[in-house]
Structure formats: structure tokens, C-alpha cells
Design a protein around this ligand. Sequence first.
Ligand code: BGC
Length: 762
Amino acid sequence: METKIKNILSQMTVEEKIEFCAGADAWHANSCERLSVPMIMMSDGPHGLRKRDKNEKGELYTVKATCYPPAAAMANSWDPSLAARVGANIGKECRAEQVSILLGPGMNIKRSPTCGRNFEYYSEDPYLSGKMASGFIKGLQGEGVAACAKHFFVNNQETRRFSTNAIVSKRALHEIYLPSFEMAVKEANVQTVMHSYNRVNGKYAGEDGEIITDLLRGKWGFDGYVMSDWNAISTRVAAYKAGTDVEMAPAKDGVRTAEVLEAYKNGEITVEEIDNSVANVLRVIFRHLPADTKGTFSPEDHHKAAAKAAEECMVLLKNEGNVLPFESGKPLAVIGMFAKKPRFQGGGSSHVEPLFVDDITEFITTENGAEITFAAGYDTKHETTDELIEEAVAAAKKCGRAVIFAGMPDSYETEGRDRRHMRMPPAHNRLIEAVSAACKDVAVVLMAGSPNELPWVDSVPAVLHAYLGGQALGGAVARILFGKVNPSGKLAETHPLRFEDNPAYLNFPGDGDNCFYGEDIYVGYRWYDKRKMDVLFPFGHGLSYTKFEYTSIVADGNKVKVKVKNVGDVIGKEVVQLYASACPHPITSTYIGETSFGFARAVRWLVGFDKVELAPGEEQEITFELCDRAFSVYDEKVNDFRVIGGDYEISAAASSRDIRVSTTVSVDDDKKFVPVITKNTVFEELFLDKRLPKAIVDELVSAVYPDIENENGEGLNFDAMRSKNGYVLRQRITHLGNELTPKKLDELIDNANAKIREYYNK
Ligand code: BGC
């Protein structure tokens, strides 16, 4: 293929090349007919195909497709293989419509629970997000359709989405906001990446060469093409030079093409730079050509697959007194307009025109096998009246038990707008309060793509979060409510008690265009745990109709084995979560708090997970493999991830706040990076960083502080220098009567560093 690409490049004119690097229109990559380079189509997703087409009258419409649960729900399954199956199905639907690129998955991190597009994203945790997205990409690309990892990078809000400037530390950038994209490249070989609208630390995402060219392409090995988000390009030449290959959607009348041609003539951009982009696009086109004949799929089978996915994604948040599962054969009041007109996806460019939509009440009637009484409780505008409330209360009283459908209307969660609060419509809250006051046997089913404040939660015994379940959610809800399916979803994001508790609260959506990521690496549960805050439902939480016991955990090298047993009466699935925590440094923790040496650490972070199905009484051993990244921090000094040596607690948990079994592992410091002493190296680092050979440190410190032994009589160690904790070598220069000159200090330090390099043989 590379020869073919070279051949095409050699025959294209510069004008053709420049033109080729803009889409042909909003939904097609460009072609070059003269050289037989065909035009391929791209369409939105991600949770189903959203192909825009024209009917006979030339009017635009969206082709119908299966609407699967959006990413926010899919992530609750904690099952990348499920994401892969859904991805493969969507791939088949793309093939049936001869679409070559699906514009998804969306994989930004949920920084604030109120970001309007959170329903399109997986999680607040980069590891979970990356694993789910990679599963989806593998499935989709397995069908020959290219995926598009979006929106790259640090795109966490809709407010001022075209101009906002995320001010974020390098650590948070690399530890929180980039890893899921890295996994999409390294684990799933994603074929296209869409850069986002926003700026990051002052630069437009599409103009950041350090990230697009050096990191994405260079370090991670991305070999597909980078396209802009629709109309995201600010300066085409700058974007080209940074590594953005394609402008989407193309500017009218080739405005940008002219701009680039001009720059080429002025020598601002070279033909080699343009060639790179053309080659990147050609590679993707040739890999993902549509087949000559349209593919086929069975809408009924895909509906069933969507139902299966929905079953795996719903989270049983609460089930006091085992109100659920409902017993069938008895009257049941079904309350809430959502039971008739469910909410199952979000709004904006991802909106799929579903092939079918389940009628929830029909499925409930079938599962119940007895009469149901429906009461709307609120109208289609999500408003209520005394009459509607009274009718709902009467239905609940008459039946003796009720299920209430509530949550967030479409208008609350949509692309282009962030929420201003986390409340549900007042009518929904009022309805739940009234019905639960009149009837004890109540379950609430929530439909929403992100967390809400639930003021009534203590007076309702059971809450099932259906998230946004896709077109087949009805059957899935009914089967879970009646116990035909045992719920197994776990939250992929924390549900805080109050809006004001969330990590981004003080800095979201920012001051004008500047949005300061003040919470740094403490996003999601990392924030609530570090601040020891109570939450409504923690990350990883989800109940089952059975019970699981974690019987053991054993670490052996980089492998961790965990045994889990179903000790209840019914078959069920458990999501076993593995977290790492840095054990406090034996010496520095007394001085600088619970941090790993030199770096602040989260209380715990997710390093693995697995979902297992167990029959009653069955026990299974799960093996996890830990990699270096599990123990690393992003160290700005070396501009890379670095393993921090020390002891780590590894815990298997049923949620981030339900740790069941733990063990400790000892990890060695990273040998990749030779430590470097500077005049600002603090004493505690000099004495306690195990990577620094003691003899070299002793020699240096005694030269800088010749009087130290006399002062303390304790020799050279951190205890002796305790009073100078936080001091740096440079300070010695300003000591009264000191003979150390700046030049001499530099020499001593250079000498020490040379010896350290020698010690490490580098
Ligand atoms: C959205 C993208 C989407 C594109 C095409 C943009 O506004 O941010 O996610 O793929 O439009 O519809």
C-alpha cells in the first residue's frame, strides 16, 4: 500500500493535495478521480449510525438505525467485550449503508457531572474509559469500518466550546485526560482521531504539534488521520503544521485551500508537510473502502442485541427490603410519562433515528402477567398538576405497589449546552415524594445520562438507574424489575450528594474563555476520596439480586489473583474492581502528608476490572496483570511517566468505597530515568530517593554543609537534616559567612550528576 500511496503522491499537483486535505462535503473524505482515489463516507454515531441522506425530493433525512445505549450507559456494563459486540453491529449497519468511517467513540473524561455531552462519554476514570472505547473500536473496525476517537483533547464542557481554554497541569493532562486516547491507539489501533474545538493551555487542540505529532503519532504510534471537529479550524496552516490532516467540514468555496496554497507559495508550509497528511488520509481510505455491494443485517437481531446491552448497563442503586425483583401476578401501578415516552438517548449530533422503540408498559404487562394501572404523573412538558399527582397516588394505593419512571428530559442533556444544576424537573420530584408517601412498595426507575440530586432517595426503598438505555430499554427494564435478568451494571461515575460537591464546581465552566482545571488529577472518585466526602452513590457501585463474597487476594509478581464467590440464591454477574493505593512513605509521610515520595497521590485509582458470571455457590479465580502504568506518575521533569518505587496496596473491591480484600506489593523505582540533582533538589529527596546512591549524596551534602556533622553530631541522614526539611542546596549560598559561591555549587552538583550517570552506566 505504501508504494501505491507514493505513486499517487508523485502524480498529484500541490493544489490537488491541498484540496484533498479538506472533506469533499460535511460527510465525505475527499477523492481524486483523476488518480482513481474514491470518495468514502463518514457518519455520526457513536451509539448507532446517524447517516444523513437525501430523499427523492432532495430533502435531508436521517437513515433509521439501531439505537444502542450511549457510552454513559455502556460504561456501566464494565464489559469491553459487550462494547465490541455493539461496535461490530454498528459496523454491519455502516456496511449496509456503505459508510466507511463512524464518528465515534466519544471518550472525553467526565470532569463535571453537568457537561451537556456527558451522556456521550464513558467515565470519570481514564482506565475504564479507555478499555470500553477500545472494545468498541475493535468491534467496529473488525467489520472494516474506521472508528474516530473524539474529541481530542481536554474537551470537557459545552459552554463556549469553540473558544474555551482549558488550563490544565501536565500531570492531569497525561494522567487523566489523555490515557483513554492512548489506549484507543495502542490497544485498538483506532484509524481516525477528531480534534476538539477548544484550546488547551492557550493553543487550539488542532494546532498543538507536541500532542498531535510528537505524542499521538510519535510516541503512541497512531498511523491513521486526524480530522478537525466540524468547523473547528482556526488557522489551517498552523493546524497542518501541528499534524491535523483534514479540515472538516470543509470551508465553503475552498477558502482554506486558497489560504494554504498562499502559505505554500510563501514558503510557510512545505510540500513534504502536505504529503504526510495526504498519505495519512489515503491509508485510511484504502483500508476502509466500501464494498461493491451493500452489507446486510437483521434489524430484529440488532434490536435483541441492543436489549442485551441495555440489561448489562442498568444499575440497581438501592434495594431496601428487597422490594425488587417484583413478584409477578399482582396488580402494579406504572407511573410516569417516561413509561410511555421513554428517554433513551441524548440530543445533538449523536441522535440516532431508531428502528423501533420498546413500549415499556407492554413489557411490564407481559412480565407481570397481571393488571397494571398506568398514571402519567406529569405531562410531556414534564410539568404536573394536582390532578395528575392525585391520579398517580390513587393508582399506587389501589395496586399496593408502584414503579415510577422519572429522570431528565431531552432538553436537560444535549450537545452545545451544559446543565446549570443537577436537579431533576420539580414535577418528577414532587411525583416521587407524593407516591412514596402513600405507598411503601415503590421502585423508581431513572432515565438520565448523568447524575442528579435525589432529594427523595431516603423515602424510596428501591432505585434502578436505567441511564439512557437505547431503543430496546423497555424489555430490559421489565426483565430486571421482575428478576428475569439479574442487574449487573455498576456506576462508571460518582453520583455526588450535592452539585456543589463536585470537583469542578469552583472552576466550571470557567471565567470567560479561561477554564482552570484547579482540581488537577482529582477528578471523580479521586476527588471525593481524597477529601473524605460522603457521596450519594460511589464510583463502581451497583447492587445485584444475589451476593458475592471476595474470598482471597494473592499477588505474585505482576499478577494478582482474586477469588470471588456467589453466596446468594440466584445466578448473577459481578464486576470485580482492582484499585491501587500508594502506602504512605515510611519517613516522608510524617512530614508531608499522605503522599508518595515527592508526588501527591490519589487515595486509590482503578488499575483493573473484570466481570464474571457465577451460579449460586460457584467460586472463580480471576487473574489480573498489572503494568508499570499502574504505579506511575507523569513526571514533568522527564516529560514522561515514571514508576515511583515503594509499597502499594492492591485491593479487590465491589465499588470504590467497598474494598473487600487487599494485599501489598513492593515496586521498584523506574530504571529508565537517571535521577538528576539540581540546586533546587530538596533535602528529603536527596536523602530518601532510593535512586540516588548514598555515597554520592553524602559527598555532595558534606561539601555544601561542611558543618553539618558538628551541628547535630548525628551524621548525614534525613533525621539529622530534619530541621532543614524543604531546604534546597542553593540556600546554602546565602548563609552568612558561607564561602560557597554559586559557581562552586554548580561544580559540586555537576560532579555529583556525572557520578550518578556513571553509576547508572549512562
Ligand atoms: C460534534 C462532533 C460531530 C460533528 C459532526 C460536531 O459539532 O462535536 O461530535 O461528530 O459535529 O456532526
